[in-house]
Write a protein that binds this ligand. Structure first.
Ligand SMILES: [Zn+2]
Ligand SMILES: [Zn+2]
Length: 366
């Protein structure tokens, strides 16, 4: 079928093209995309920081309405409202243990540009497109997904609001709720206030951590962090940052979340810990080496964590429930853009003025 997609060819900008998308195979689900969030991984590929076959069809925070299902799909029907997330195989050792974000086949299913069997699902003028991104490639009018990454949502919340739950928000919230699991009243510092860091703030506030310290370079983001539950905010470029952190925490922080991927910030996040403190590293470092201070040799734990250790089939409904009860106001991070303005949306994310741009791709029938 013919679809419209925002693709990346030779430049570092999205351009629109008519593409040919396969019909769903027996294990696939065709989704008419209504909205898609932009995540840092999309931008990293756009800018060439992560290698990816071009022309590239990206987008991995899609949400939409099921248009058709393959013969093997039993519990998803055309017309279902769905949020798309990452795919997993469902049968390997990790998936069997419930750790689907550590699926042994994660790279093939989410990061190969092809289907799991190596075939291409999408073509441009007869040439293969690097698609099947997170088994979706949702910067397009339609996407082909798999059962493992299609989460049916019963909520009547707008799909444009639910789309970013599929990656960035569950990553930040899950790092706190699933991995660190702080007790109420324990201290936490969050470095880097994009969608991932701010979702970690929301989760820390939900638990009742204290103090919750937010660190970033953008004043607007610090203001939003306060609104979302940070009890203290600090500018990351203040000269005496570690002293300031120490004056807030006393003996250091029980927990820290690092969401910038910058080696110096990673070191600061580890340095601010108290004895036996725990830091989780979520930012993807550009350099291969991460410097850690010797102060971590006091019983500290360094965690890394993929997609917040989330099983999207549990985590996404859980976050929607929390939102309904008023405890997880993640929509404050979102700004919507018309699909045609995708490049402006990327710029707004890069300059810090917008935390989570969500593209409006289709219109839901009232
Ligand atoms: Zn697996
Ligand atoms: Zn992502």
């Amino acid at each position: 079928m013919r679809i419209e997609g925002a693709i990346v060819r030779n430049s570092n900008e999205f351009e629109f093209a008519d593409l040919e998308l396969d019909s769903p195979r027996s294990d696939e689900i065709l989704v008419r995309i209504m909205a898609a969030g932009i995540c840092h991984t999309d931008v990293a590929i756009l800018e060439g920081d992560i290698p990816w076959p071009r022309p590239a069809l990206l987008g991995h925070e899609g949400a939409g309405i099921v248009a058709a299902v393959g013969a093997d799909i039993e519990d998803i029907r055309p017309g279902d409202r769905v949020v798309l997330s990452f795919a997993s195989c469902g049968t390997c050792e990790q998936c069997s243990a419930g750790a689907v974000s550590y699926c042994m086949d994660f790279a093939t299913l989410n990061f190969s540009g092809r289907r799991r069997d190596g075939s291409h699902s999408c073509h441009l003028d007869g040439q293969p497109v690097g698609a099947s991104f997170f088994s979706q490639s949702s910067f397009a009018s339609y996407a082909l997904a798999r059962r493992s990454n299609v989460v049916k949502v019963s909520s009547d919340l707008p799909l444009a609001m639910l789309a970013p739950l599929g990656c960035g928000i569950q990553t930040g919230a899950g790092a706190v709720l699933n991995r660190l699991r702080p007790a109420p009243g324990t201290s936490i510092a969050v470095f880097g206030l994009g969608a991932v860091g701010l979702s970690a703030i929301l989760a820390a506030a939900l638990i009742g951590c204290y103090p919750i310290v937010a660190i970033d370079l953008h004043d607007q983001r610090l203001d939003l962090a306060r609104e979302l539950g940070a009890t203290h905010v600090l500018r990351g470029d203040c000269a005496a940052l570690l002293d300031e952190l120490r004056s807030i925490s006393g003996n250091g922080f029980a927990y820290a979340v690092e969401a910038t991927g910058l080696p110096g910030v990673m070191a600061s996040a580890a340095t601010c810990l108290r004895k036996t403190g725990e830091v989780v590293l979520l930012g993807v470092p550009a350099s291969r080496e991460i410097p850690f201070p010797s102060s971590i040799m006091r019983g500290a734990t360094i965690h890394t964590c993929v997609e917040g250790d989330s099983n999207p089939h549990e985590m996404i409904p859980r976050l929607i429930d929390l939102h309904h009860s008023g405890d997880f106001p993640f929509e404050k991070m979102i700004k919507t853009f018309d699909f045609t303005n995708i490049n402006a949306a990327v710029e707004a994310m890069k300059d810090g003025s917008v935390i989570k741009p969500v593209l409006l791709i289709g219109e839901e029938a009232a």
